[in-house]
Design a protein around this ligand. Structure first.
Ligand code: SAH
Length: 272
């Protein structure tokens, strides 16, 4: 059974959907179907703009950094019986709107917990970027948001050092923006320092910008050659583990991390 029968009260729905990294072909069929059935789409302006306009679709575009207000608005619309889709780029659960909706739900009226809520995954930036460059995340890895808008910078640095120590490959979201011009330079300095004692201080760094859009660019450099200006807010940065390797070819090399680690895999900073 799909939609409600005539004259029965409409039950609102709230779908939190990932639009993928940018290209229309990376939007999943279930997200496309949810958008086709929506009465309202809610999200950050540039993401709402990716949804085809329709006469029967209300588009609620909001500014960056108002996630909780946006989530609350979406819950209110669903409570009023609308079929609401909240859109995020990439995956909605990765540094995006799904958590904001659940934060608002937890703080809101009990009725919101009974709403028909679904989270539809999307291709997150690090996976799109990894696929373009080979298989840099083929062994254990972590993802870190380099923005200190929602956490102290000291925690970012601590996680960077621990990730190097654990010998993870690392994917960095939100590396650099106009309001945070110097954080990424600091992050690179911390990484160089932490990797200096490792088995591979010159591990590869991938700068993948605007993946799957017409502005896509991909660059691979050694950690020592990585510069802050190589990243902006449309870039995801992947730093290899000590085991990450290059395969030279014409143009940008393939980057991959083998599936296996030796018994004594490099563990920087393990002390005497
Ligand atoms: N929910 C999104 C991430 C939102 S945080 C996801 O799952 O991908 C925003 C950050 O994602 C950007 O600063 C950038 O680091 C990364 N990003 C989003 N789209 C990207 C793309 N097409 N190419 C490269 N990085 C991208």
């Amino acid at each position: 059974m799909s939609g409600p029968a005539c004259d029965t009260p409409v039950r609102g729905t709230l779908t939190i959907a990932g639009l993928g990294p940018g290209g229309a072909s990376s939007v999943t069929p279930e997200v496309t179907a949810a958008l086709a059935a929506a009465t309202d789409v809610v999200g950050y302006g540039p993401y709402v703009a990716r949804v085809e306009p329709r006469a029967d679709l209300a588009r609620h575009a909001s500014d960056n950094r108002v996630e909780l207000e946006r989530a609350t608005h979406a819950l209110q619309l669903a409570e009023a019986g609308r079929r609401v889709v909240v859109v995020s780029s990439g995956d909605p659960g990765v540094f995006a709107m799904a958590s904001a909706v659940f934060e608002a739900m937890e703080a809101g009226p009990p009725a919101w917990r009974a709403l028909d809520v679904r989270v539809l995954p999307g291709i997150t930036a690090m996976l799109a970027a990894a696929a373009r460059s080979g298989a840099p995340l083929g062994h254990d890895f972590c993802a870190i948001n380099l923005s200190d808008n929602l956490k102290p910078w000291g925690l970012v640095e601590r996680r960077l050092r621990l990730a190097v120590q654990a010998d993870f490959a690392m994917a960095f979201y939100n590396p650099r923006s106009a309001t945070r011009p110097s954080g990424f330079a600091r992050a690179l300095a911390v990484l160089r320092e932490a990797c200096a004692a490792s088995a591979n201080p010159e591990r590869p760094v991938i700068f993948a910008r605007a993946v799957s859009t017409p502005e896509e660019s991909l660059r691979v450099v050694a950690l020592g050659d990585a510069r802050p200006e190589m990243a902006d807010m449309r870039t995801v940065v992947i730093v290899g583990s000590s085991l990450t390797r290059l395969i030279a070819r014409d143009g940008v090399p393939w980057v991959y991390t083998p599936r296996f680690a030796p018994a004594e895999a490099s563990c920087e900073g393990s002390g005497p």
